[in-house]
Design a protein. Structure first.
Length: 334
């Protein structure tokens, strides 16, 4: 029985993340971006490509959108979303981290990266957007730190989290049952560690990371929490049947009243798959685009440029069935 429990924990944890078909090739097209006037080298922060040159080139007078990938992800995964922002004249950067390390380490690194960006530029504000595991890291990075915060210029922040398992990952439940540790002679935590690395201690329902999410820092002006109802979603069909599902986290795994009751928080629920919401080479994230435009995070697409935008989506997401963002319906929750 002990061996069965251990194997279940191991297999379940491996299913706690979704693999992404990233869009890696090439540098970003400038779109409607203004010319860059600064070059920065900030640990963890760089362009949204997999180019080994991580120098961040920005217009220091314009806001920056920082995209934070989930596990099994990379900066290149968000290249197409960065291209969507550039089309609307909005610049971006991507934060990279070790997705097997403790989530607190990633959050601390992101907090320091934002601080360095503020100190080394005149960027007026940033928007931090995290998906899946990146949502957990993004929010924790924007809470009041337990230790002294990095010194430097204060900068206003908008926070957006997408499909974050803020109640803990259900498939990791066995790992959170500490009473099993002595009964299995330490095999449960060992199996959890082998499956996911040190982060296993942060993703369970009973972890301090989940149970004590912390209060948002004063610099956070507002927080948009996007939850995805992933039930019955499918990433890939073959012969009229779903060959690969897109349900990773249930709504119960994403809900957490401790973070949703903040006066700055606004919750939006949308029927979308876990990967579908941010897009990959099979599908464009039209539902996410609609939400971000409705919430004023992504600028509205001018009517005269709607066709050009559809062409961009078809090209960067390699999707021949792109729906206009205004055809998508979402549900708002408070």
């Amino acid at each position: 029985m002990n061996r069965i429990a251990t194997l279940l924990a191991l297999v379940g944890l491996l299913g706690g993340c979704a693999s992404h078909d990233g869009i890696h090739a090439g540098d970003l097209e400038p779109g409607r971006l203004t010319s860059s006037d600064i070059s920065l080298n900030i640990p963890g922060l760089g362009p949204c490509t997999d180019n080994p040159d991580r120098t961040l080139r920005l217009d220091a007078s314009q806001p920056v959108h920082i995209l934070v990938h989930g596990c099994f992800g990379s900066s290149g995964q968000f290249r197409a979303l960065a291209q969507v922002l550039a089309f609307h004249g909005q610049q971006s950067a991507c934060f990279t981290y070790d997705d097997r390390a403790r989530l607190t380490e990633g959050a601390d690194a992101l907090r320091h990266a934002v601080s360095k960006l503020a100190a080394q530029s005149s960027v007026p504000h940033v928007t931090v957007i995290g998906h899946s595991q990146g949502a957990l890291i993004a929010r924790r990075s924007m809470t009041e730190p337990s230790s002294a915060a990095p010194s430097g210029r204060a900068i206003d922040v908008r926070l957006v989290t997408i499909s974050g398992p803020f109640a803990g990952i259900e498939s990791a439940r066995t790992c959170g049952k500490s009473w099993l540790y002595p009964l299995t002679l330490g095999m449960v935590p060992l199996s959890c560690y082998l499956a996911t690395g040190p982060k296993w201690a942060d993703i369970t329902y009973s972890s301090p990371f989940i149970r004590e999410p912390g209060a948002l820092a004063q610099q956070v002006a507002n927080y948009l929490k996007i939850d995805t109802n992933e039930r019955g979603t499918c990433r890939r069909e073959e012969g009229g049947r779903c060959a690969e599902g897109d349900e990773i986290f249930s709504l119960a795994e994403q809900r957490n009243s401790l973070i949703e009751t903040d006066r700055r928080a606004r919750r939006v629920e949308v029927d979308a798959g876990h990967v579908e919401i941010v897009g990959d080479k099979r599908v464009a994230p039209t539902k996410l685009i609609k939400i971000l435009q409705d919430e004023g995070i992504l600028r509205a697409t001018p009517t005269a440029r709607q066709y050009a935008f559809s062409l961009l989506l078809s090209r960067v997401y390699q999707d021949d069935t792109v729906m206009p963002p205004d055809a998508v319906k979402t549900r708002s929750r408070h």
